[in-house]
Design a protein around this ligand. Sequence first.
Ligand SMILES: Cc1cc2nc3c(=O)[nH]c(=O)nc-3n(C[C@H](O)[C@H](O)[C@H](O)COP(=O)(O)O)c2cc1C
Ligand SMILES: Nc1ncnc2c1ncn2[C@@H]1O[C@H](COP(=O)(O)OP(=O)(O)O)[C@@H](O)[C@H]1O
Length: 358
Amino acid sequence: MIIVSDLSEISQPTAIALGNFDGVHLGHQHVIEPVLPSSRANLYPKFPLDLQVAPDLFEQALISTVVTFSPHPQEFFSSTPRLLLTPIAEKVEQLKALGVEQLVLLPFDAALAKLTAQEFMQKILIERLNVQKISVGFNFRFGYKRQGSIADLLDVWGNHLHVVPEQTISLEGNHLDGTHPEKNHTTPIRISSSNIRTALAQGELELANSLLGRPYCLTGTVVEGNQLGRQLGFPTANLQLHPQKLLPRDGVYAVYVDGIPAGTEPSMQIQTPPQPVLGVMNIGVRPTVSGDRLRTIEVHLLNWSGDLYGCDLTVHLLKFVRPEKKFTSLDELKAQINADCDVALSIRNSKIPFSTAY
Ligand SMILES: Cc1cc2nc3c(=O)[nH]c(=O)nc-3n(C[C@H](O)[C@H](O)[C@H](O)COP(=O)(O)O)c2cc1C
Ligand SMILES: Nc1ncnc2c1ncn2[C@@H]1O[C@H](COP(=O)(O)OP(=O)(O)O)[C@@H](O)[C@H]1O
């Protein structure tokens, strides 16, 4: 995938999906899908009718492109960094996996913020991107003070504009609002970044993952901690994350971890490439052992031993197990971590979304 932020380097003509796409969740995937080469021909009429090339060849020449703003407009206006579901490196990986050919990061600055909707369409979409097809979500707004709407895009691109209606999923017994609906009661939930954020803040992992279409991930580098874990019998890889990564609520999670080198035990040496490993993760301030109140993200891998310092790991969160707690002794903490490991082991064949996908 080509990544461009210099407007003069954009590959064109393009078929674009426009939006911020934080999370690249199921709703975003619906917006991006129509511009991918595989589905383009079926969703839009052949284009352009007056060109002297065969329509199929023209279709193939369009570069499937995601156009987004960097920084996020809200971040530009508030001058404060925004916590993100997918910081840029993660967004890039997700878009690559979908088959997007080009990512355009429009530098959102004072000049761009001042462009009217008409100017944005003319100067950016037509002159720079040579946009032939567009896909947007139903509530997309653009241009100065968000005055531009889907009607403006429709005026220019007509039936080469694809508008994705609001997407929902139905889940049994979700309780986003903190209540517990009757069993078997299904409520449609809007697929949106803000609903994913709320679900993560409440430890509603199954819901967050269902809205994302994959497990929520934390990617980071293993750094040194206080070296207390090995004394407890549960060594933990302490992760340093991107500073803008949005963390779910504090507590203990059952996880799968990617990016692990072969372990030191003989049975681990024959895994090529290394398989994801089941683990338990704690996010919090470790009230039992630490007075510094600094938040750490640490993961203990089940049935694994070896050296992880400096490795880049991706932790896939599957289930919120329990809140973090202050124990009166280290023995109590050890017994509880043992029980947490049992919970993680028990999810392998459970109905929890994505727990059997590894
Ligand atoms: C699954 C798991 C659950 C944990 N739960 C708690 C907890 O409830 N309370 C707490 O104070 N610390 C908890 N911890 C953190 C341990 O105290 C921590 O792993 C230990 O201090 C080792 O830190 P180190 O990596 O800096 O050596 C937990 C750790 C793990 C891996
Ligand atoms: N099963 C395991 N899970 C996590 N880390 C492990 C495991 N086995 C060995 N390690 C190694 O031990 C380190 C963690 O040990 P620990 O005593 O908790 O030290 P630290 O406080 O520096 O994290 C990890 O960074 C990794 O290199």
